[in-house]
Design a protein around this ligand. Structure first.
Ligand code: PHE
Length: 338
């Protein structure tokens, strides 16, 4: 053991420390609980008592050596970085004014969207984020074991209980307690079991709208959404509807707007198509009305749902969805004037 301890000192002498990473590696290897020196301390208990004094002293020397070398390196490296020109602090500069806080970009967009629909006579409604199977799926015409349920990867909390995957669940809650005419706008946070990336997150925000009355038609849906995007993006905006599928609407569509960045010429954001998808919509399936106690022979309605993050990305030219949730004040302070 004596020889090994002497070798260890030599070995430590030869370690060169240049960076903060080197410092940390040195600490982990020699000084931490699972480090080499602690191994020797454990073995020390079992050595012959006659040797204890000598080995004990040597062990202390080794420990002290490692500790000193580490402390010295810490001091050196931190004074080195202070000497670095780019990080030199000029203490005579006036201080920067404190950032006093502002609305989050997602709240700004959400409020704008709600404001537009309120002017059109839509009333605000909210529902719970933890939902049962009935409100999130079954009452919206997703039969049990139907593959359409896989369109939205669900976080289950218990059997039949999940974090809502869309705000369409709030439609159901509204239909069950109110009879038509119903005109409502329903914002909220939704959750999906997706890998987090620049374009997808495991939670995001949606705004849902419904209008149920006598003789509501697809024409009303198109006109309402057209007025909405004109107010949000400006009068020159163009829209197009593409056929789509949702279990709870028939017919279903997705609405695209002309790309705001290249004005239809083609750019990276619109993947050179000139169009951007911003929402899903359709006429509420008669079966959904029936399941929720509304007579489909008497009433019809439309519904739509959009993602707030996506619209905010277009309005503020944000490239990575994750920046919304990093709480970086350099990002957030840009929205002071909205
Ligand atoms: N709930 C749908 C989704 O999350 C969007 C939608 C809402 C589509 C209402 C049609 C009508 O993808």
């Amino acid at each position: 053991m004596k020889a090994k301890l002497q070798e260890l000192i030599e070995e430590m002498k030869n370690v060169v420390i240049y960076s903060n990473d080197d410092i940390e590696n040195f600490r982990l290897k020699y000084l931490s609980k699972k480090g080499v020196i602690n191994d020797f301390v454990s073995q020390f208990r079992d050595i012959d008592p006659s040797q204890k004094k000598e080995i004990g002293q040597l062990l202390n020397t080794v420990k002290q050596f490692a500790q000193n070398k580490w402390e010295e390196a810490c001091l050196n490296i931190s004074s080195k970085s202070l000497n670095n020109e780019s990080e030199k602090i000029d203490f005579t500069l006036p201080s920067e004014p404190d950032f006093s806080g502002s609305r989050h970009p997602l709240s700004i967009i959400e409020n704008r969207i709600i404001g537009i629909f309120r002017q059109l006579g839509f009333v605000l409604h909210e529902g719970p984020e933890i939902e049962d199977d009935w409100h999130n799926f079954s009452a919206l015409n997703f039969p049990k074991n139907h593959p359409a349920r896989d369109m939205q990867d669900t976080f289950f909390i218990a059997e039949e209980i999940a974090l809502r995957t869309h705000t369409s669940s709030v439609q159901v809650r509204l239909m069950e307690k109110q009879s038509p005419p119903i005109r409502a706008i329903m914002p909220g946070r939704v959750y999906r079991n997706e890998a987090v990336s620049a374009r997808a997150n495991c939670f995001f925000h949606q705004i849902e709208g419904i209008y149920i009355d006598k003789k509501v038609s697809f024409k009303d849906l198109k006109q309402t959404l057209y007025i909405f995007v004109q107010q949000l993006f400006g009068e020159k905006i163009q829209v197009r509807f593409r056929p789509s599928y949702f279990p709870f609407t028939e017919p279903s569509a997705e609405m695209d707007i002309s790309c705001q960045l290249c004005h239809g010429e083609g750019c990276n954001v619109c993947k050179h198509s000139g169009w951007l998808e911003i929402l899903g919509c359709g006429m509420i399936d008669p079966n959904v009305l029936k399941m929720n106690g509304i007579n489909p022979d008497e009433y019809s309605g439309f519904a739509f749902g959009m993602g707030v993050e996506r619209i905010a990305m277009l309005q503020f030219d944000v490239k990575d969805l994750r920046t919304y949730f990093n709480n970086d004040s350099r990002f957030l302070s840009q929205f002071k004037n909205y």
